[in-house]
Design a protein around this ligand. Structure first.
Ligand code: SF4
Length: 352
């Protein structure tokens, strides 16, 4: 798949756009002025594999707290600011990037002040268009449509470009999957800037996973997207887990195991569910890209095993372990997972 060529920008040590890997972002939900609580959440995100974190800045205390937060954060920190340009000016002294909508910052002088502060410190700005908070002129003219979102993005981009600022990334979020996808698709050929993908207010883990898999996965498969966030009403780690799974299943991240398992049917004569849970748990630390399959019977197991580095085919009270399609052991059911894990270790070692 060919990615759309985009300008590369940098947020602390994380490159976005161009040929940089697609990064995963999230947002803390603590009050940012609660430095300890915010850092705890940032550390949770870091250990879950997040690349960039955003913190909401609602007042001067939030903006000032970023000084300590950014100093101690293992992740680049982006300040999320609406309406109040003074908060952007304070935050820009400490953070690694700023998310604003220039259109709701006010006069050109105020926008220029924010742009100048970001320019001076080499901070990129994300223009975050959201269908729920469009500028009045676009909502009145187009409603909450794709046209309104694209028009808003182009308007905001021009505001920054007019001040000679081009370290920009853009998001076009809506809670509607089709609208989100069309907005990104329509804007993509019109600008060179990297895109931050997301479906906003996507709901609980179940719904957010489905919506984000359709929208973000669909866009990524068309070569659109440079960084992304899966928004979930739930645990922070879930956002990262789902985002990474979307990247992996879109073929954009090779890291870790690609586990193929059968859905089970009446032919199943073993406890496949427990086996697959154990395999997932015991292999989640593995970074090596490996294809493995765990299948309930020989009907499809042999075919899947041919494309897998390591495979199990369960039988009745026993099963086969295979390496690249070749049977290496026939064992009792109770011994299969342990041997499978050993073969995975061997496979990784054999690759040096
Ligand atoms: S691999 Fe066997 S048990 Fe699993 S779904 Fe296919 S036929 Fe059923």
């Amino acid at each position: 798949m060919q990615r759309y060529p985009t300008k590369q920008i940098k947020i602390r040590n994380v490159l976005i756009g161009g040929d940089a890997p697609i990064s995963v972002q999230s947002m803390t939900f603590s009050k940012t002025k609660d430095v300890k609580g915010t850092l705890e959440q940032i550390n949770r995100l870091y250990f879950a594999g997040c690349d960039i974190v955003r913190c909401a800045v609602l007042d001067k205390d939030d903006a000032a707290a970023l000084k300590e937060i950014v100093k101690l954060s293992p992740l680049p920190v982006v300040a999320d600011i609406h309406f109040n340009y003074r908060l952007a000016l304070i935050a820009s002294e400490f953070v690694d990037g700023v998310r604003i909508n220039p259109g709701n910052i006010g006069s050109k002088e105020r926008i220029k002040a924010v742009v100048d502060a970001c320019k001076e410190r080499n901070l990129p700005i994300r223009i975050g268009v959201n269908s729920g908070s469009l500028e009045e002129q676009f909502e009145q003219k187009y409603g909450r449509s794709v046209e309104a979102m694209v028009a808003s993005a182009l308007y905001n981009i021009k505001l920054l470009e007019d001040f000679g600022f081009t370290d920009i990334k853009i998001s076009l979020k809506s809670s509607d999957v089709a609208r989100t996808m069309r907005a990104y698709e329509e804007l993509r050929p019109k600008v060179i800037y990297p895109f931050h993908l997301g479906v906003t207010e996507a709901g609980t883990t179940f719904h957010a996973t489905i919506k984000s898999a359709i929208a973000l996965g669909g866009l990524l498969l068309k070569g659109i997207g440079d960084t992304m966030r899966v928004s979930i009403t739930g645990e922070l780690e879930e956002e990262i887990k789902v985002a990474k799974a979307i990247l992996k299943d879109s073929g954009l991240q090779k890291e870790g195991l690609n586990i193929i398992s059968c859905p089970t049917c009446g032919r199943l004569q073993s406890d496949l569910m427990s086996a697959i849970k154990l395999v997932e748990e015991k292999t989640k630390h593995i970074k090596e890209p490996l294809n493995v399959s765990v299948m309930g019977c020989v009907v499809n197991a042999i075919g899947e095993a041919k494309g897998a580095d390591v495979a199990i085919a369960f039988g009745k009270g026993n099963g086969l372990i295979m390496r690249r399609g070749e049977v290496v052991a026939k064992l009792k059911e109770s011994e299969l997972v342990d041997r499978f894990l050993l073969e995975i270790d061997e496979e990784i070692k054999s690759r040096g």
